[in-house]
Ligand binder design. Structure first.
Ligand SMILES: [Zn+2]
Length: 394
C-alpha cells in the first residue's frame, strides 16, 4: 500500500550560469535582503558576494551583508544576524555559500519575526519546545557547494555550544521560496571539501531510501543521486574543472535535498550531529564517512532488499554474487567509494576524540536527534548505538 504526503514548495532555478537570473527573476521575495555569508572570506575572494549584490541591485533590491557565520553555525550568530536584519529593515534573507551559511540564513529569517532565542523553538534536548508564532521571513538559497541539499529542504542545523547540542529542525516557512543552484559556483571548491560534501549528499539519498518516511518520488531521486555521486564524485575529486561533472554533482545534491523533504534522514545523521557537536572542527561529511561502514553494516540485515537496490544504484553487478553476499555488496561498494575519493584516512583520533567518549556521544545522539531513530528501519537502543560508535573508532 502506498501512502504519502508530497510537499515541496521551493522554486528551484538550476543550471550552469543560472545565477545571473537573480538579476531578472520576478520571484525575488522582497526589496531589501540580509545577505548571509561565512566569516572565512571565500565569498568575497571568489567575487560571489559582489556578484550577488550587483544582480540584486539590477533587480531593484538592496542588500546588507552579515559575514559572521562559521562552520557548524552557532546560536549567538543567529541572534546577531536577526538583530541586524531588524535594524536594517530587511524583508528577506539570502544564504550564499555552503550549508552553514544557508542554514544560518534560515534560522535568522525565523528569528527576525519571532521573539526570544532560536533555542526556545527546538523540540528536543534542552530546547524550549515552543512553536514559532510567526513564519520566517522569505528565504533565498544560493549554494556554492554540492552537498547539504539545504536549498531543497526546510532543515536548519544550529549548534548550542554550552551543552554540545547540534539539532536539526525546520517548519514549512523555512523552505527557501527560491533557490538558485548554479554548478559553476562549485568549480572553486577544493578536492577534499568536494569529497566530504559529496558524501553528505550521498548519505542523504541513501538514508532517505532506507527511511520509514520514504515515498515513490524520494525513492526515484535517491536512486538518481546515489548513482550520479558514485560515478562522478571520484572523477571530480581527481579533476574539479569539468563543469559537466560538477553539474551532475550539484543536481545529485539538490535531488538528495528533495529526498530530505519528501522522506527523511535516519539515525546515521543523529550520530554524526553528536560527534560534531562535541568536535565542531569535524566537517559534517567527514563525520558521516567515519561512522558509515559499521552503521550500514549493522542495518543490512534489517533491510536486505533495499541494500541490494543501493548496491545496484552504485553500479555493482549484484547478480554475479552468491545470494548470501548480495545484501552486503552496498557496504563493500561504500568502502571502495570512500577509498576512491581519498577519505579512507579519516580517523576520530585525528580530531582528538577519545575512545571512552563513545557512550556519551551515543546518549547525545538519542537525546538531541531522537526523532530520526524513529524513522530508522530497526530500533536501536543505547547499547547498539554505542557499539557502532566503538566499531567506527580508529
Ligand atoms: Zn547531512
Amino acid at each position: 500500500m502506498i501512502n504519502f504526503l508530497f510537499h515541496m514548495p521551493t522554486r528551484i532555478i538550476f543550471g550552469p550560469g543560472k545565477l545571473k537570473e537573480l538579476g531578472t527573476t520576478p520571484y525575488l521575495p522582497g526589496k531589501k535582503a540580509l545577505l548571509v555569508i561565512s566569516a572565512g572570506g571565500s565569498m568575497v575572494a571568489h567575487g560571489y558576494m559582489q556578484l550577488v549584490q550587483t544582480l540584486l541591485a539590477q533587480n531593484g533590491a538592496e542588500s546588507v551583508v552579515f559575514d559572521r557565520i562559521q562552520a557548524n553555525p552557532v546560536l549567538e550568530h543567529v541572534a546577531e544576524g536577526a538583530a541586524l536584519a531588524r535594524t536594517e529593515g530587511c524583508d528577506f534573507v539570502i544564504g550564499l555559500g555552503g550549508g552553514s551559511s544557508i542554514d544560518a540564513a534560515k534560522a535568522i529569517a525565523l528569528m527576525v519575526t519571532n521573539s526570544g532565542s532560536y533555542w526556545d523553538y527546538m523540540p528536543s534536548g534542552t530546547g524550549g519546545r515552543q512553536v514559532p508564532a510567526k513564519p520566517a521571513l522569505p528565504i533565498v538559497a544560493i549554494p556554492t557547494t554540492a552537498g547539504t541539499g539545504t536549498e531543497a529542504d526546510p532543515w536548519i542545523v544550529i549548534t548550542r555550544e554550552q551543552t554540545n547540542e547540534k539539532i536539526g529542525w525546520g517548519n514549512d516557512s523555512t523552505y527557501p521560496v527560491l533557490s538558485i543552484v548554479d554548478p559553476k559556483l562549485t568549480l572553486s571548491v577544493p578536492p577534499r571539501v568536494t569529497a566530504m560534501t559529496g558524501m553528505d549528499a550521498f548519505f542523504h539519498a541513501v538514508e532517505a531510501y532506507l527511511s520509514h518516511a520514504r515515498q515513490p518520488t524520494s525513492d526515484l531521486l535517491a536512486q538518481q543521486a546515489v548513482s550520479l555521486i558514485s560515478s562522478f564524485l571520484p572523477q571530480v575529486v581527481q579533476n574539479g574543472d569539468s563543469i559537466e561533472a560538477r553539474t551532475m554533482l550539484s543536481w545529485a545534491s539538490t535531488a538528495a535535498g528533495v529526498c530530505e523533504s519528501l522522506s527523511s534522514c535516519i539515525s546515521h545523521h543523529s550520530m554524526e550531529h553528536a560527534l560534531s557537536a562535541y568536535y565542531p572542527e569535524i566537517p559534517h561529511g567527514a563525520g558521516l564517512v567515519m561512522l558509515s561502514v559499521p552503521y550500514f553494516r549493522y542495518l543490512t540485515r534489517y533491510v536486505p532488499d533495499r541494500m541490494i537496490d543501493l548496491a545496484y544504484f552504485m553500479g555493482v553487478d549484484v547478480d554475479s554474487l552468491p545470494a548470501n553476499e548480495q545484501p552486503f555488496a552496498f557496504v563493500g561498494a561504500l568502502e571502495k567509494l570512500i577509498k576512491d575519493i581519498g577519505l579512507d584516512d579519516l580517523k576520530f583520533s585525528d580530531y582528538g576524540v577519545h575512545r571512552d567518549e563513545m557512550p556519551t556521544l551515543a546518549a547525545n545522539a538519542q537525546e538531541t536527534m531522537g526523532g530520526l531513530f524513529n524513522l530508522t528501519p530497526t530500533q536501536m537502543n543505547l547499547r547498539v548505538v554505542t557499539e557502532i560508535f566503538e566499531a567506527a573508532y580508529r
